[in-house]
Design a protein around this ligand. Structure first.
Ligand SMILES: Nc1ncnc2c1ncn2[C@@H]1O[C@H](COP(=O)(O)OP(=O)(O)OP(=O)(O)O)[C@@H](O)[C@H]1O
Ligand SMILES: Nc1ncnc2c1ncn2[C@@H]1O[C@H](COP(=O)(O)OP(=O)(O)OP(=O)(O)O)[C@@H](O)[C@H]1O
Ligand SMILES: [Mg+2]
Ligand SMILES: [Mg+2]
Lengths: 165, 153, 153, 165
């Protein structure tokens, strides 16, 4: 199972729709400071069901919607779609390709789709739990998590360990 | 269930030692549950010492040593239940040149089973990638994809 | 005393804008005391926006942008009361190549009045140094000074 | 005023006495991970009067003494001496060269010297306050302080600002 495609539109600094095809075992994302690389990581967390705005560096979920620049108006919706190759059927669903789509509107309304069929957030949580890619996954490592993992706070290590065990 | 859990902890401990020794070219590392507490509640203790050194607590490790230790911990979980993909956001920033090489060798090895997405400013790491995505903000505040390099180009 | 303090805050604010704009090649930055609270107790609020961007809170800044903003804050204090020396411990690690250059230009400028001790893994930063100390652990756990390079060697 | 010399002996990983002469406006310290560079920064904080072990990455002050390796025994004392050129008389003392020495013994005893004359810790604090190099100085920047400065904790920014104002 692997990530085959990621589409980001209206999420944080992604005013224009951008598509990433991850056709390789090692993909590097590069660019100057502040250009949007960590925002891509936030987009992946978000589409996989992250509900805590703090894990997305915000205070409210609404902050993930493109909020405009000095010369551009804010957008009304953020959308991220991730496509996963499921030929090995790690995801308990019969499709060999699974696309999860998440949308958030300024009004606060949310939409979730599984292969273009509307579903609820908890359907996405159920699909991903136990696959190593659900919320609370140990698949994403950043400097912040490194400091937490080695601090005296043993709960973070415990949570990740339980995810794997 | 408790039996199985304890067995898994032991396997993770063995993995942790193995990956740690690969990243540190030696040394000792242990992971265990806090003794005297119910295993289903106990916190996870880590104790490490790079080759030849003595360490009294994790706080004494240097910036680069902490990064490598955290990578070893994460990968020790991977060996139990591989995650389909692994995202590393600038974890190579605090590493010296030699440790970047050890880190990349480990990534190459694990990339046979998992897909890696690595954010980096490091030229050596970029050279190891099969595919390179360049992102910029030509227009301030607006992200743009500018280039895609596939290895062999 | 309160008058003098408020005047100093205003000078620091002006410095902050100046240094920020140099590191970000533009943009806006402000520093002020929390309004509605006794100036002798009030916390310090910072609001910045890199050139052309809009920002709602400091948390939205990227890793590199945070580093540059913190450097701008520190140097804005320097311009009020220069510290005789300034120690930077691997602050260049999260910066891209262009920002490392801006950072080094700033350090060069401030080094006329203060002495800088910079810990780094970055080759560009090393090239700017007047004197380079190399430290290793030939014997594990024991620090040793191995080389001293003076600029012009 | 500037740092002219730093001597470290028995402090953290400095089993052997090492002397640094800072004869330049920009001095770079380089070396592999874990070789002792940040320990030098800790040594400077410590000799200038830092009393909080947490600022030195330890839980107790005793932890700054060389604690041995697999093949070396621990030492009984840590000593750091810093020499400052005072020709501009920024330090309120008549000498043009000022050496501050600090020692800590395993017994818990401490010694402080000003130009080789025994003094108390608070003499050092008094000497350095208002010079920008006392405890709580804004002269030392690390990734940890960067995160604190930009967090919602306004006290840290406030403290540094007061130091300058
Ligand atoms: N809701 C939003 N709308 C528009 N722009 C946003 C939004 N949220 C964040 N940004 C912008 O995204 C930028 C940060 O992007 P990001 O953290 O991805 O940078 P980065 O590429 O990881 O940089 P670095 O290399 O420094 O870590 C900020 O400049 C911020 O202005
Ligand atoms: N009291 C002590 N006695 C002996 N060794 C110690 C003591 N305290 C810390 N150390 C050692 O110092 C090392 C850390 O050094 P330091 O933090 O200075 O590394 P560094 O050069 O800054 O590395 P990095 O580039 O990774 O930041 C640790 O390996 C630790 O074992
Ligand atoms: Mg980032
Ligand atoms: Mg260090």
């Amino acid at each position: 199972m692997y990530l085959s495609r990621l589409q980001i539109f209206g999420f944080k600094s992604f005013l224009h729709k951008i598509t990433f095809k991850f056709d390789g075992q090692i993909c590097a994302l590069v660019g100057p400071n502040g250009c949007g690389k960590t925002n891509i990581v936030d987009a992946i967390r978000w589409v996989l069901g992250e509900q805590r705005p703090t894990l997305l560096r915000g205070e409210r979920m609404e902050e993930v919607i493109f909020h405009g620049t000095k010369s551009r108006k804010p957008l009304g919706m953020a959308e991220v779609a991730i496509t996963i190759d499921n030929s090995a059927h790690l995801l308990p669903i019969e499709f060999t390709e699974v696309t999860i789509t998440r949308r958030l509107f300024r009004s606060g309304e949310s939409e979730y789709l599984l292969n273009r069929v509307p579903c609820r957030l908890k359907d996405i949580h159920h699909l991903l739990c136990d696959t190593g890619m659900g919320v609370g996954t140990y698949s994403i490592l950043s400097q912040e998590l490194i400091d937490t993992l080695l601090s005296s706070k043993e709960e973070e290590r415990r949570l990740l360990l339980e995810e794997a065990a | 269930a408790r039996e199985k859990f304890l067995q898994t902890i032991e396997r993770i401990d063995i993995n942790f030692q193995e990956v740690f020794r690969e990243l540190f070219s030696g040394g000792e590392a242990h992971l265990r549950l806090k003794p005297g507490v119910d295993p289903l509640e106990a916190g996870v203790e880590i104790s490490v010492s790079p080759e030849g050194k003595r360490l009294f607590n994790l706080g004494q490790l240097s910036g680069g040593e902490k990064t490598l230790t955290a990578i070893a911990f994460l990968f020790s979980l991977y060996l139990i239940k591989p995650s389909p993909f692994c995202i590393l956001d600038e974890v190579d920033a605090p590493l010296d040149d030699e440790n970047v090489e050890r880190f990349l060798r480990l990534v190459k090895k694990f990339s046979q089973n998992s897909q890696f997405i690595i954010i980096t400013h490091n030229k050596r790491t970029m050279a190891e990638a099969d595919i390179l995505y360049g992102i910029t903000m030509e227009e301030p505040g607006v992200s743009k994809l500018v280039s895609v390099k596939v290895k062999g180009d």
